[in-house]
Design a protein around this ligand. Structure first.
Ligand SMILES: [Zn+2]
Length: 292
């Protein structure tokens, strides 16, 4: 009996939920941080390197980012070559305990012809598909289980409850998209193929190739012709990108420009589910407005 009491005492002292003993998790993107909080609850302390205002393709880590990684047990990134800037920071952090999670492991990747990274890892904006989000959350749950000495069913239960919420939000959006007579939109940057595929929208084309690269005058002229010929009515841009070219296209063709954010941290959304719903609602509203 005495041994049992002692054992219980030891277990409760070792539990990660006690006081400051939370599992320290660093994520690259704020959306990954939200997922980690949804699944990790009061057992985790989460920090995102990006606030959401930066371009995730070209971010440059700071000294304090390296310190964060050095002090973390788990590092969650998307993977698929999105965070090529992270490798140096991981090396500099010299943290042999660090569990590095490629959250995208196991998702079905859309090949965009090397349009993103030169290494043909496919389009990295996988998190914008809610079905992929479920897979990514499961990967996060497994990593937290690995990092937690006494995980029990805690993470698994929270993951399953959260996955149900993601699936029901996606179902509600799909029903609304299915009723749209015209589901096509033009994307300024190729962030939206997963979002479109999962929810029933159609990406009619992408304005820029590699992120940060501006289209030539000739390809812009071709685009203007296409917008007119195919009656494309909506162009999706992003708050993290320059609005110059979308404005030119709008002036030239009258195409409606709407900003959707692939990242949390801009606008009012504070969770992934808010962001998913807000992006879908903005795009549905733009596509529903009367044609030109
Ligand atoms: Zn991109």
């Amino acid at each position: 009996m005495r041994t049992l009491v002692l054992l219980c005492l030891l277990l409760s002292l070792a539990g990660p939920a006690v006081g400051t003993d939370r599992i320290r998790v660093t994520t690259t993107l704020p959306g990954l941080a939200d997922w980690t909080r949804q699944i990790g609850g009061e057992r985790v302390e989460v920090h995102s390197l990006l606030t959401g205002l930066e371009n995730p393709h070209s971010y440059e880590p700071t000294i304090s980012d390296v310190k964060r990684i050095a002090g973390s047990r788990v590092l969650v990134r998307v993977g698929l070559g999105l965070e090529e800037w992270l490798d140096g920071a991981i090396q500099n952090a010299r943290n042999i305990e660090l569990i590095v999670v490629d959250a995208s492991r196991g998702v079905s990747v859309i090949d965009d012809g090397g349009g993103h990274s030169g290494e043909h890892k496919g389009n990295p904006h996988v998190w914008l598909d809610p079905d992929n989000a479920v897979i990514m959350c499961r990967n996060i749950a497994w990593a937290l289980e690995e990092a937690d000495p006494f995980p029990g069913d805690y993470y698994q239960n929270r993951f399953e409850a959260y996955a149900r919420r993601i699936r029901s939000a996606a179902r509600a959006i799909r029903e609304r998209v299915a009723r749209l007579p015209d589901k096509r939109f033009l994307a300024y940057h190729g962030a939206w193929p997963y979002f479109a595929r999962a929810l029933g929208f159609e990406v009619a084309g992408v304005v820029t190739g590699r992120p940060g690269q501006e289209p030539s005058a000739r390809s812009l002229a071709r685009l203007v012709d296409r917008i007119r010929a195919e009656h494309l009515r909506v162009l999706v841009t992003e708050p993290q990108l320059s609005s110059k070219i979308p404005e030119v296209l709008a002036e030239e063709t009258g195409i409606r420009v709407v900003a959707l954010s692939p990242l949390l941290g801009t606008g009012n959304a504070t969770t992934y589910l808010d962001l998913l719903r807000a992006n879908a609602a903005t795009l549905i509203a733009a596509l529903s407005e009367g044609g030109r």
